[in-house]
Write a protein that binds this ligand. Structure first.
Ligand code: NAD
Length: 343
């Protein structure tokens, strides 16, 4: 099987590529290495995979650790380059993880979401149309459930109430995938991820930015006074879910929740994170956390709760995420301590 992973230098992309290679698959990864967050983290993930890349490079290079891995700086917005890649390789499975993430950022930067998430995805769909693939898997998001009040969120629920442009682009991706399946018979699977965290994570997400701020002695801002409930999902569980779903090629077009099915309050999450920072000796046991917290009202675009119904995932692939916040945050903090020491 030959896989194309877009967004391969990203957080989830990095973990997925590693998993696919460990299982002996042939993988081509692409990413535009944009500066939404520190590009050195993206280059660091590539380096872990034996790809010594710099931002000025364009060529597709071979990993020195994994003979079956190649990576190239390619933007899914570059239609011709993407077409050329598809015409040269015979991809069996395409997994589109490239895109602009982040809910709050979409309020100030709407165009980057339409470009990367909608036009970029269209380019991927067009390539899959002209160079047929066995399965197109793509990232969606729990944010499609928007202002829904019925929990847990089920794939059967209507998703007509997005509360951010980010969410609207993800819902649009699901509709586009439906259309391409209907018109051209491409089997598609959309993955509604729920707040993913873990090693090599994203610095714009709370667990990472809180860690950095606390270590710098700054205050952290906790919105909705810490009462938001999130289904925090450990990245290894996300990758396990993706890995099982890749092999389950649908007759039509499917979407699945991949979430922990166990929402926890932001305040509990912060408390565990703090305990783990102390345990890893990144902060002293007597650190005054209360003095470094600002409890603030809800932010526009945010939703009060995310909670995944995982019965469909369980039914089709016999798996549901189960890593506890304690274990997941411990592993993140251990990675972070090591990473900061190295850079
Ligand atoms: N992490 C989460 O909690 C979460 C939750 C729901 C959905 N998602 C979605 O999953 C996907 C992967 O998320 P992530 O957390 O790994 O984010 P990430 O930002 O770490 O990874 C995305 C990667 O895509 C690349 N990229 C962006 N635009 C591109 C383009 N035009 N061409 C090529 N590459 C491009 C970026 O450089 C980045 O490396 C995203 O679509 C995100 O919206 C993530």
């Amino acid at each position: 099987m030959t896989f194309l992973i877009t967004g391969a230098a990203g957080f989830i992309g990095y973990h997925l590529v590693k998993r696919l290679l460990k299982k002996g698959n042939d993988v081509v990864g692409i990413d535009n290495l944009n500066h939404y967050y520190d590009v050195n983290l993206k280059l660091g993930r590539l380096s872990e995979m034996g790809i010594d890349y710099s931002e000025s490079m364009r060529e597709i290079v071979q990993s020195c650790k994994f003979p079956l891995y190649r990576f190239g700086k390619i933007d899914i917005l570059e239609r011709e380059t993407l077409n050329e890649l598809f015409s040269q390789e015979e991809f069996d499975i395409v997994i589109n993880l490239a895109g602009q993430a982040g809910v709050r950022y979409s309020i100030e930067n709407p165009y980057t979401y339409i470009d990367n998430n909608i036009v970029g995805f269209l380019n991927v769909l067009e390539c899959c149309r002209h160079y047929p693939v066995k399965h197109l898997v793509y990232s969606s998001s729990s944010s499609v459930y928007g202002g829904n009040t019925k929990v847990p969120f089920s794939e059967e629920d209507r998703v007509d109430n997005p509360v951010s442009l980010y969410a609207a682009t993800k819902k649009t991706n699901e509709l586009m995938a439906n259309v391409y399946n209907h018109l051209f018979g491409i089997p598609t699977t959309g993955l509604r991820f729920f707040t993913v965290y873990g090693s090599w994570g994203r610095p714009d997400m709370a667990y990472y930015s809180f860690t950095e701020k606390l270590l710098r002695g700054e205050s952290i801002k906790i919105f909705n006074y810490g009462n938001c409930m999130r289904d925090f999902t450990y990245v290894d569980d996300i990758v396990e879910g993706i890995y099982r779903l890749i092999k389950r090629i649908p007759d039509g077009s499917m979407v699945y929740n991949i979430g922990n099915n166990h929402p926890e309050s932001l305040l509990d999450f912060v408390n565990i994170l703090q305990e783990e920072l102390v345990r890893a000796k990144l902060l002293p046991a007597d650190y005054d956390f209360a003095a470094h917290r600002e409890l603030l009202p809800m932010q526009p675009g945010d939703v009060p709760v995310t909670y995944a119904d995982t019965s469909k995932l369980e039914k089709y692939v016999g798996f549901k995420p189960s890593t506890s916040l304690r274990d997941g945050l411990r592993s993140f903090v251990e990675w972070y301590a090591d990473y900061k020491f190295r850079v």
